[in-house]
Design a protein around this ligand. Structure first.
Ligand code: ZN
Ligand code: ZN
Ligand code: ZN
Length: 215
């Protein structure tokens, strides 16, 4: 195994102080059950957990102030040297994993982007930026929303969203976030389905299903 794989860098931007938090992690550390990366300011931390053949990351988000979960195949996560993680609401980059210089460059780029977004929003502190984001954000439960978006993305990538189109011909699928629900629809045939951002049995069963059918 090459040295770049034995040691790679994980980093994110702290939502509290805006600073980049970087750590070189050896493969042994990633083999452990839990790894924490904490910002020097003490107000945020990123968790990297091992779950069987997966690696799950809880990443504090400098954009919306929430926490986003990212899941990767363990082997792929260990080997890939240019992983970028972004806020699902804005697609803005918030974290990276890989070769040290790439991660540094990615975070520098993300930091500039945050400054640009803050300027556009007319705010001067991250705190005000997050408050602004929550006020403008469409959804009341960002954590639940994130779970739903994540499952949808997974299903989309795996070809597990079925619609009225013939097998394999559906899509592209668009996702619209509303006040209390997420609507997914096939841009080709117009079939759609609404998933409520709540803890109802319907939403629970969607989250544990491996495919979804639009009607
Ligand atoms: Zn910090
Ligand atoms: Zn976010
Ligand atoms: Zn379709």
């Amino acid at each position: 195994m090459s040295d770049t794989i034995r040691h790679s860098t994980v980093g994110y931007l702290c939502p509290a102080c805006g600073g980049g938090v970087l750590s070189v992690v050896g493969i042994e550390a990633l083999e452990g059950e839990l790894l924490k990366l904490r910002c020097d300011c003490g107000k945020s931390e990123m968790l990297i957990r091992r779950q069987q053949s997966k690696i799950v990351l809880d990443v504090p988000c400098v954009i919306c102030g929430g926490t986003h979960q990212f899941t990767y195949d363990r082997q792929m996560f260990l080997e890939k040297q240019d992983i970028r993680m972004s806020c699902p609401y804005t697609n803005a980059g918030i974290a990276a994993k890989g070769e040290q210089n790439l991660v540094k460059a990615a975070l520098a780029e993300d930091e500039l982007n945050v400054l640009k977004l803050m300027e556009e929003a007319g705010v001067s502190s991250l705190d005000a930026f997050h408050t602004d984001f929550r006020a403008e954000g469409d959804c009341k439960d960002p954590v639940r929303l994130n779970e739903i978006l994540f499952v949808l993305k997974d299903m989309d990538e795996a070809g597990d969203i079925r619609c009225r189109c013939r097998d394999g011909e559906g899509g592209p699928f668009s996702v619209q976030v509303r006040d209390e629900s997420v609507s997914v629809s096939c841009e080709r045939c117009g079939a759609s389905r609404e998933i409520f951002v709540d803890y109802s049995p319907a939403t629970e069963s969607f989250l544990s299903a491996d495919k979804i059918t639009l009607s």
